[in-house]
Structure formats: C-alpha cells, structure tokens
Write a protein that binds this ligand. Structure first.
Ligand SMILES: [Fe+2]
Length: 487
C-alpha cells in the first residue's frame, strides 16, 4: 500500500449519479463542496513540484431529497461532479506556462507580491466559501474565483468595491460568525509599513475595514481565530525577510522567502472587532501551524480560548514536495492539537497584562482538524481530524473524534486505505455530536475514491459512495445545505 495514487494527476471530469451502499439520515440534504490540487502535470507540459501547487479542482457531492426511497429514509444515489476551475492558471498550464506559485517557480518577491495586483495568482485550490449567493474558491492571494454550485463552472472573479485597505496576500481561511453570517478575513499588505488588514464581509457583498496591525516582518499565516468580539492573529516566527524583499534578481519560490526566526516567539494579536483596536498582544513560544479549529470566549470575554493544530517549526512544509509524498518518505512531525487560553488580564485594554496558556489536547498525530459549524465562535466539545502517525510514516489511515473535555478519542479506520479531512454535518437538533462525518477516502487496490458517511457519535460507517475514479488527496470542504441540484 502506497499513498502515491493520492498524488497523481486526475484529468477525468465526471458527472455521475452513484448508488449508496448503506443508508443516510433523512435530514441529510445538500452538498459537500471540496477543493484541492487536481493535477500536477498538464498536457501542455506544465509540471509542479509541490502538493500545494497542483491545479485547482472542485468536487461536489449532493445528497438530494428527491432520491429518498420512501419511508425507509435511505437515499439511493449521490450526485457527484468534479471539474477543474477554468482559471488563468489553468489556461497557462494547458499552454505549458504554469510554474506553480507557492513552492514551484522563481521570481523576485516584490514581483510576486505586486504582480498579484495586476495579474493575480488565481489557482484557488484551498477551499470554497459562500458570501451571499456566491460561492468563491479561495487561495492565499486576494483573488476570488466564482464557482457555480450546480455545474462547478468557473464564472469569473469576485470584486469588492469600496475603500477598505487591501493587501497582496490573504489568509486562505476566512472565518464565519454564524450569529451574523459575517465572514471575516485578514490580508497582508507589504509597504513602507507592513500591515495586516482585517475585513468583515457581509452577505450583501460589502467589505468593512475592521482594523489593522503593524508588523516589521509579515508572517506566513494560513488561518486565524474568530470569536464574537475578537479576531486573534497568531503571528508565527516564520517571517518574510524584509531585506530579501528589496533584493533584485531571480529568487526561490514564494514559501522559501520566509525564514524561521524562533527568537521572535509567536505574537498573539487580539483585535477588538467593534473598535478595531489591538487589545492585547502577548508573546508565547516559537511554534507554527496552519489551521485554527475554533475559538470562543469565557468569563464575560476576559478569556479567549482557541484550538490550533501546531507543529514545532515550519520545516514540514518542504516535506510536502511531491517527490517526498509519492515515494513514501514523508517523515515530518505531524499535527498536535493544542488549546491556547489568552487571559486579557484585569485591564482589558492594557495589552501588557495579557497572558497565554498552552494545553495539549492530543499529540499523537493529526491533520486538517475541524469542528462542527454549529459551534463556530462558541464553545465546542469535539474536534475531528485525519489520523496521522507521529512522526508521519504514511498518509492518514483513519479519522479521529477528539473529546476536548474528557480527552477520549474515537478513531475510524477501515473501509479504505487513506482518509481525507473529516467534515461534521450537524443533525437537525444541533446537539453536540448528533450528525454525520463526511470524509473522502482512497482505496488503492480498487483505484477508486470513496465518500464515507460516518455516524457522528460513534464514527461507525453508515454509508459509502464509490466514485468513478481515484481522486488525488484534496484540502478542504464545506457543507452547504442549500445546494440540492439533481445532477
Ligand atoms: Fe488550509
């Protein structure tokens, strides 16, 4: 068994109604939209070397109420579709001119950042988020690609009007406040003074400037934490070297412009969403992470709690080159689930008073952790994640449900060789773990991917749907109950 098949190029674009083995709960209607790198080599001759640089592909799995087989509640089919996004990156790749953008290709850092304003990098392979009735494929540039939720056709770019200050980089993961529907994001602006700009995006398409934070050397931040009152940036010591920023000539690709500077520690910046002011900025140990799972407030807002998947340093990014992944020589430290508690201190507006406490929740190997969307910005009990060896010796062989209160862990393995990001879909009563967990898996012997529907409480398999092909491992999915197309 080898994970090599999970890093192949999928050129097949399928539309299929696929029979369900097992049964689905009657309330499960809607669609899972997933996004990831679909191909690493294209017919035009373009190839990339890093997993993150693969060409964006979207996948839709629709549980349609019209397919329910009478009183049993069992669905008889899931509608599946996969499509490459028809982006500038896709067209360049077909012409043999695509050189990645994250860890493949070379240019000056200044060219790379500022060309984003004129010809932004649009290989939006990380996640699809909804704003109003638009579904936007996102990556770490400010460019947002509109995707039709039924056909997965690419429908151009999304633009914001208005005067909110913009940046040249964006966090890949905006955070949604379910109480208001607002989507908050952070952009990094390089200039005489480097700044992080925080924005609030409404369903009407308005973009409001919440506040900005100065930094002497911008950090690589893939996500951040959101509570009802606060935005929390974890400014890891993986920083752009400002001197390199000005240096002329050819340079290594984007991610190699960041240096690990552990002496800086990790600055945790707490921004008030109402005033835009930085209310605390304590520093904790040097660490790195991609994914904030969820965050909430305690003690009337005096404490902020966020769960973050951490690794000791940023060295593991280089391990995600396709050579390493395909030949099975991955050996990086995999994720650990940690809880950070920021005590804002007696004087909420005295940044010097704040303290940070770290608590290990699970250190035995995770990837792509998630929480129930019904708990976003509120206290959550359960975290779901891919189950990795620690350190990695292979790709994920299962999925985990971690009880952050008791420390209990449930694992599902079996039914497939490799597992992707688990997405919890809450049931109608939204109790803590009543629902299902959706995960796309890979059966290497059958050379097929398979969507598994697991019971939210026990992680026992309830149903499976086998795709007409093997899909490469992808990044992130979101469940949209309102998307109920029939094909
Ligand atoms: Fe991500």
């Amino acid at each position: 068994m080898s994970p090599q098949l999970g890093f192949h190029s999928l050129h097949d674009e399928a539309t299929a109604s696929i029979g369900v083995e097992g049964s689905l709960p009657p309330w499960l209607t809607g669609s899972l939209l997933r996004t990831g790198p679909g191909a690493f080599s294209m017919p035009g001759g373009s190839t990339v070397e890093h997993w993150f640089d693969g060409l964006a592909m979207c996948y839709r799995f629709t549980f349609d109420p019209g397919d329910r087989a009478g009183a049993t509640g069992a669905a008889d089919a899931v509608h599946y579709r996969n499509r490459f996004l028809r982006t500038d990156a896709y067209r360049a790749a077909r012409a043999g001119e695509f050189a990645g953008g994250f860890a493949t290709g070379e240019t000056t850092l200044r060219e790379r950042l500022f060309s984003l304003l004129d010809a932004p990098y649009d290989n939006t392979n990380i996640v699809v988020e909804r704003i109003g009735d638009r579904y936007l494929a996102l990556t770490e540039s400010p460019r947002r690609v509109v995707v039709a939720p039924d056909t997965l056709d690419t429908e151009g770019d999304d633009q914001y009007d208005g005067s909110a200050p913009a940046g040249q980089l964006a966090c890949a993961h905006p955070k949604r406040d379910p109480a208001t529907g607002t989507l908050v994001n952070v952009e990094t602006a390089f200039g005489r003074t480097h700044q992080y700009h925080v924005h609030a995006l409404t369903d009407a398409g308005d973009r409001r400037h919440v506040g900005s934070v100065d930094t002497d050397a911008p950090a690589y931040m893939h996500s951040f934490a959101l509570t009802p009152r606060y935005v929390v940036l974890t400014e890891f010591p993986f920083r752009v070297d400002p001197l390199r920023f000005l240096k002329p000539g050819r340079q290594p690709p984007f991610i190699e412009q960041f240096d690990w500077q552990p002496d800086r520690g990790t600055r945790i910046v707490v921004l008030d969403r109402t005033t835009g002011e930085t209310v605390a900025a304590p520093t904790t140990d040097a660490l790195f992470g991609f994914h904030h799972v969820n965050a909430f407030e305690r003690d009337g807002g005096r404490e902020i709690v966020f769960d973050l998947e951490t690794v000791p340093d940023a060295g593991g990014i280089g391990e995600l080159s396709l050579d390493t992944l395909r030949d099975g020589s991955l050996s990086a430290i995999t994720g650990r689930l940690e809880r950070f508690t920021v005590d804002l201190g007696g004087d909420r507006y005295g940044p010097g008073d704040a303290t940070v406490t770290r608590t290990m929740l699970y250190d035995d190997g995770t990837a792509l952790p998630t929480a129930s969307p019904a708990r976003w910005c509120r206290p959550h009990r359960y975290v779901y994640a891919m189950s990795m060896d620690q350190p990695a010796s292979d790709w994920a062989g299962g999925v985990l449900k971690i009880d952050t209160r008791s420390g209990d862990v449930v694992e599902h393995a079996g039914g497939a060789d490799y597992f992707g990001e688990p997405i919890f879909v809450p049931g109608p009563d939204e109790t803590a773990d009543a629902g299902v967990v959706l995960t796309v898996t890979l059966d290497t012997a059958a050379e097929r991917s398979r969507l598994l529907v697991l019971d939210g409480e026990t992680l026992a398999e309830r149903a499976r749907v086998t795709l007409p092909h093997a899909a490469p491992f992808d990044f992130h999915g979101r469940y949209f109950p309102e998307i109920t197309v029939r094909e």
